[in-house]
Design a protein around this ligand. Structure first.
Ligand code: GLN
Length: 544
């Protein structure tokens, strides 16, 4: 029997609902249950694919090619279950489906309304998960009280009613702000936010109270009394030193036991959390330290590079090292005035992550050149590979006008718009006129690695599958010229037409990949490329 846990948030956004959901998923999993996590997002975009990383943070791509909310990344990293298209839905997607049904005449002449048509569509999305796991954890994006989330709240209210208390549970994440003048944590915003939920017919049975300091018993009792919740189900959720500590701290506060109790289930034996303990121990007691310079363009918002930051941390855990990330604005070097040597001073490795558009491109090319010339480990991801290729083409292969069609129609297009490729034995076609949303080369594709190459050695395999999200590609016709310049294409699509990986043979560690390895890295299963990159950066650190 599948049980459903709905997770809502109150008081403020950025409460860590996604992390909380992921941590609860991991705890239930550690108790031997099969879990599935999904997210309902109230915004009108059909998916976050067209949203700026500054607004929405990273776009997490699934194996089956969906561009999804970054919380799915947390779910995947914490449970090890690969996320998929059907784990995320937005208001935009729901309305698109409702409106196409209306146009097809599926509603048989009915007046199409938010209730029941939109709410039914949302319930179908949830119900489809019935039978796929013991627990389905369903996070509702946004904050209770937002206009946008109302149809979702109405849908989960109806769903909860249909399922009954034995199969549906509402868990509300809230905040207790500390007011210095009063010297105490305040419970009133929590009371109001629970009232807001009750007003739409949802009665939470568990409260997860975020706070930056110890919550007094007295306060917890007060919340329980005012919010009509069992005392032991008002659970403190204090800030943790690392996100990987969250499952352990929530377990200590009894979250998993109380969730099971709410469903009338016995908790039984203690779960085995030794893997989480090991990871946290490693993070808290590093033997050494390394600094990675990330030359990107969305450096003001840490969420823009969420999976990347995590993958670097995982690489550090595997090497018993603390990874310090220094974000460097690529636009600083777009013009000549930026002093690249000064900015990159002291970094042990340079990483150019994924990116879009012209702004910052020349700066990234300079970063690749600097890494190549100074023999500093270089990791180019997607755009970071494309810029390293342009650098090699311009400065080593004699293609001085090398450029990408993404930002210039002048020069020689060593990187160009991808117009045709194969997915599951079918040809996908695109042109410059195609819509921007959802039309990139997206999701998992296999790559064949060159036997004996550095990447084949790192992966320990000659065939890999990795997730893509790009519209442009390196033109394979430049293979020979680039290889003569020491830039080896050590991975391609299995048919040999699309370059996937390039590496330098005359450099301690210089690898560019067309895909996003960071999306598949997990704390207990770090991605081999990140493990190897951090190892190379540590060695570089010993040289200076
Ligand atoms: N802008 C480049 C492309 O579309 C790279 C994309 C990326 O880095 N994810 O091909």
């Amino acid at each position: 029997m599948t049980r459903f846990i709905f997770i809502t948030g109150g008081v403020v956004s950025s409460l860590g609902k996604g992390l909380g959901s992921a941590a609860l998923g991991a705890l239930l999993q550690a108790r031997g249950y099969k879990v599935r996590l999904c997210k309902l997002d109230p915004y009108l975009n059909v998916d976050p694919g067209t949203m700026s990383p500054f607004q929405h943070g990273e776009v997490f791509v699934t194996d089956d090619g969906a561009e999804t909310d970054l919380d799915l990344g947390h779910y995947e990293r914490f449970t090890g279950n690969p996320a998929c298209q059907n784990d995320n839905v937005t208001t935009g997607r729901i309305y698109t489906d409702v409106l196409s049904k209306e146009r097809r005449g599926d509603y048989l002449g009915a007046t199409v309304q938010v209730i029941p048509h939109v709410t039914d569509e949302i319930k179908d999305f949830i119900r489809e998960k019935d039978g796929t796991a013991d627990f389905v954890l369903c996070e509702i994006g946004g904050t209770v009280g937002d206009i946008e989330s109302l149809p979702f709240l109405e849908a989960i209210r109806q769903f909860g009613n249909e399922m009954g208390r034995e199969r549906a549970l509402f868990l509300h994440v809230t905040l207790l702000p500390y007011i210095p003048a009063a010297g105490e944590l305040k419970t009133k915003p929590t009371q109001h936010s629970v009232k807001e939920l009750m007003a739409v017919g949802i009665r939470p049975r568990i409260l997860l109270c975020r706070a930056d300091r110890e919550i007094e018993e007295e306060e917890l009792r007060k919340i329980a009394l005012f919010c009509n919740i069992d005392e032991n189900k008002v659970i403190p959720a204090l800030d943790a030193s690392s996100i990987y500590e969250v499952p352990l701290t929530y377990h200590k506060e009894g979250l998993d036991v109380q969730v099971l109790d709410a469903f009338g289930l016995e908790a039984g034996e203690e779960p085995d959390l030794s893997e989480w303990e090991r990871i946290v121990r490693r993070i808290q007691n590093p033997e050494t330290e390394v600094t990675i310079g990330v030359v990107g363009k969305y450096t003001n918002l840490a969420d823009s590079y969420k999976s990347l930051n995590e993958a670097l941390t995982h690489g550090g855990i595997a090497n018993k090292a603390k990874v310090k990330i220094k974000f460097i604005e690529a636009t600083l070097f777009d013009e000549d005035e930026g002093d690249i040597a000064h900015e990159l001073q002291g970094v042990n490795g340079i990483l150019v992550p994924g990116g879009f558009g012209e702004r910052g491109a020349e700066g990234k090319i300079k970063a690749a050149q600097y890494a190549r010339e100074k023999k500093i480990p270089y990791f180019g991801i997607c755009f970071g590979l494309q810029m390293a290729v342009l650098e090699a083409a311009r400065h080593l292969a004699g293609v001085t006008e090398a450029n990408s069609t993404e930002f210039s129609n002048k020069g020689e297009h060593v990187v160009g718009l991808m117009t045709e490729w194969t997915k599951d034995n079918q040809t996908e076609k695109r042109s410059s006129e195609t819509d921007l949303g959802g039309t990139m080369r997206l999701g998992a594709y296999p790559a064949a690695l060159k036997p004996g190459s550095k990447v084949a050695e790192i992966y320990g395999s000659n065939e890999v599958s990795e997730r893509h999200r790009h519209r442009y590609e390196v033109n394979i016709n430049y293979k020979e010229k680039l290889e003569e310049a020491g830039f080896i294409m050590s991975g391609t699509s299995p048919d040999g037409t699309l370059p996937e990986i390039c590496e330098r043979s005359d450099h301690p560690w210089f690898i560019g990949v067309q895909y996003h390895p960071e999306l598949k890295s997990k704390p207990f299963d770090p991605h081999p490329l990140f493990v190897s990159f951090i190892k190379a950066a540590l060695e570089q650190g010993k040289l200076v």
